[in-house]
Design a protein around this ligand. Sequence first.
Ligand code: ATP
Ligand code: TYD
Length: 258
Amino acid sequence: MSCDKTFKCSVADKRLRIVMGYKIGDLIASGKTKLVYALDTPSLVLLRFKDDVTALDGRRRDTIAGKGALNAAISAKLFQVLREGGVENHFVEMLDESSMVVERLSMLPLEVVCRNVATGSIVKRLPIQEGVVFDPPIVEFFLKDDARGDPMLSEAHIVALKLASRGEVDEMIRAILKANEVLKDFLSKRGLTLIDFKLEFGRKEGKLMVGDELDPDCMRIRDSETGRILDKDLYRKGASLEEVKSAYEEVYRRIVER
Ligand code: ATP
Ligand code: TYD
């Protein structure tokens, strides 16, 4: 069988479910852009990045062949950059080009956003002009709840809803601000400007760490020289799927291949 022992192949062929020494178990969760599989080591799970691209809380959806692999590789690289910069996260290793082994976390239903420059939802919600620079950066929390349109939460809401303790909220703010510094520095050396990004956190044995993904689906990145958009804003703004893929490939070239 010529399948390069890839995870894709292992899923297609039930007889071949051991990849790189990991035994792949049941599908635990299927989100809009990723699948989560159990592994024989209960403290780990497998995240498989799909080729799907979505907007408007999943109401718009398309497929871009190769996008899952690009996002998996970009996320893996940026998680390693964060770890080297002192921001603990779930990344363990790549299993194939679009699948990564990560620490199994109990995820908080929160999207934690850090903004360096005003754009997106903040300029719709508040009387702030597009392009205004935030110094210091702004941190915001949103509830992961598509049916409610992911409403914004204050620290008091998070504590009242028992989503996290006050101490954990402070810890997430400190971690995302640190991540912002590490990422801004790393990206600027590659001619990229970090406008904003989103992290998700989970608990492992009571300790918080960054989980999920870190790629152009959940961050806004611009070419520092030309201002070219290199992230999911292209899809949000109605660019062709080829243009979206070409932007993700450019990010891949600058931060993974380099
Ligand atoms: P979105 O995050 O785009 O709103 P979604 O909630 O539909 O999408 P996906 O990102 O497609 O989810 O799927 C990933 C799922 O995996 C999410 O439910 C996420 O919370 C979960 N997840 C991410 N990292 C981990 C981890 N380390 N351990 C357990 N679950 C994780
Ligand atoms: P934001 O401007 O709040 O939302 P929108 O993308 O709808 O304009 O997004 C800020 C950044 O955080 C942007 O890089 C996208 C990312 N983000 C997500 O990836 N998922 C989310 O659910 C939210 C709220 C933000």
